[in-house]
Design a protein around this ligand. Sequence first.
Ligand SMILES: Nc1ncnc2c1ncn2[C@@H]1O[C@H](COP(=O)(O)OP(=O)(O)OP(=O)(O)O)[C@@H](O)[C@H]1O
Ligand SMILES: [Mg+2]
Length: 244
Amino acid sequence: MRGKFITFEGGEGSGKSTQAALLAGRLRTLGISVVLTREPGGSPGAEAVRHVLLSGAAKPLGAEAEAILFAAARADHLDQTIRPALERGAWVVCDRFVDSTRVYQGAVGKVESTVIRALERVTVGDTLPDLTIVLDLPAETGLARAAGRREGGAVDRFEGEALAFHAALRDAYRVIAAAEPERCAVIDAAPPPPRIADEVWTVVCARLGAAQVETDKVEPDPERSPPDGEPSARPRAALDAAVS
Ligand SMILES: Nc1ncnc2c1ncn2[C@@H]1O[C@H](COP(=O)(O)OP(=O)(O)OP(=O)(O)O)[C@@H](O)[C@H]1O
Ligand SMILES: [Mg+2]
């Protein structure tokens, strides 16, 4: 059975990497095979492109060229890492994905939506996330966190943009989440990490838990198997225990 694909999105310093790692760890404690990955990057080819993008080397080429480079990296990441993992039944937890392009290069970078959609069609196709967690935080707070993490090091290509750019990112993420409520869940990223992790877990269990019950089904025990059509209780209990 195909694994589940979960992405984390949000502005700089909103806690994507922190929460992606916490979720991956929590899923693994249930015995689920998890691939934790990130964009730009996540495969050797895409990691090479990551440096070009985040160093700012591609900035003079314009937002459209950057979008094309992101798409090239994403195509490799999907082919080399994401699709093979999903096909072997692993869950993929990805730190940034297609919504970052829609927001950074599209809504805020002003690349035509027809171009963004065309790139998406050829790279992502139907490998859209089953669930996208949007971590929502005022831009100032996120930038302050990112600066704290850097400890005086240089800002990257996108951290170096003005505050208005970052405020616009937040708005654009909210617009996407409102337009695709079945795929996206917006979570307040202001509380401490463990509280956010609990919120994330509640959403994952509510939206994807039913599928997990299927994959985690125990072999029927002829002596104790439930009546036809009734699911086995054990996997549900495991998920419930993990949520509480
Ligand atoms: N809920 C939180 N409250 C306070 N600080 C946090 C919280 N979550 C993460 N941090 C801290 O904020 C900084 C940024 O977090 P993290 O790297 O997870 O964000 P990010 O969204 O991945 O950032 P970027 O967009 O730059 O990759 C880190 O130093 C992290 O320890
Ligand atoms: Mg990060």
